[in-house]
Design a protein around this ligand. Sequence first.
Ligand SMILES: *Cc1c(COP(=O)(O)O)cnc(C)c1O
Ligand code: SF4
Length: 312
Amino acid sequence: MSWKAIQKENFTDIEELAAFLELPYGTPLLKKSRFPLNLPRRLALKIRKNSLEDPILRQFLPTEDENVPSGHKDPVQDISFQKTSHLLHKYAGRMLIITTGACAMNCRFCFRQNYEYGPGGDFSQELQILSQDETIEEVLLSGGDPLSLSNRRLEILLEKLALIPHIKRIRFHTRFPIGIPERIDEAFLALLEKCPKQIIFTLHVNLAEELDADILLALKKIARLGIPILTQTVLLRGVNDKVEVLKKLFLTLVNNGLIPYYLHQLDPVQGAMHFEVPMNTDLLQALHAELPGYALPRFVKEEPFAKGKTLL
Ligand SMILES: *Cc1c(COP(=O)(O)O)cnc(C)c1O
Ligand code: SF4
């Protein structure tokens, strides 16, 4: 099956998911949400039945916890850094293209869940701005998830970026392979391989249990092209806020050639404040005592007007 056909099988009906997972009677499901349920089957199959405690489930199940009105619609002030609605310039030397609003899955804590993506285009205005600013050495492809775009659209975008001499690196920010590793198909690998710029991947992964042999094999195929794969993790209450859980995750990553890059303090987005872990660096100190240095990511927080992610 093609990745697009697999994506069409995602759970999007909350009653259907509740029945599939045999969720306890009386679970406070959020039946209507402007940020709807979207969960790939692969992830749903990893969730323990008849429980609300499963750490994968907690990341994807819309519940009434989201109705608490605390937090911000745009917690990281994306809006203040827009060159266009699809291009952000926050940090020196790097610009970020919001390639699409579409995603393989909808994480309830997504900090861009309220972003006004607007219609997708051919990025001509964004490419124009990038080509005129010689201080920009790196372009981040984000979203949504850039791997939601077709291979053809990605190929065209990479070809156009490759024509800009001052751009040295192109970074994909993705979580797609965690839900649908079939996305890493031959055509995608071919377009990565022929790109003359250095490509870097940053994979969003929050638990060792999100990974499996198919996903690791797909990532290996990318790594074999000389593409470093960094990872980022969001610290989430009731999901991965325990030393043992993070230790297992980071060791699983390094055991498979993936480099833990960032551990993010939650961006305080409205509807996700029940995931917040109070600021505390004990967790990191405990991990520091147990892990090799390269297995310990930088613990960071995004402060809206800082020059880079703030190290904690
Ligand atoms: C996080 C982020 C980056 C990348 O920051 P690095 O520290 O280089 O990983 C770039 N642009 C924006 C808008 C970001 O939010
Ligand atoms: S994968 Fe990333 S962009 Fe997509 S919903 Fe999750 S956090 Fe948001």
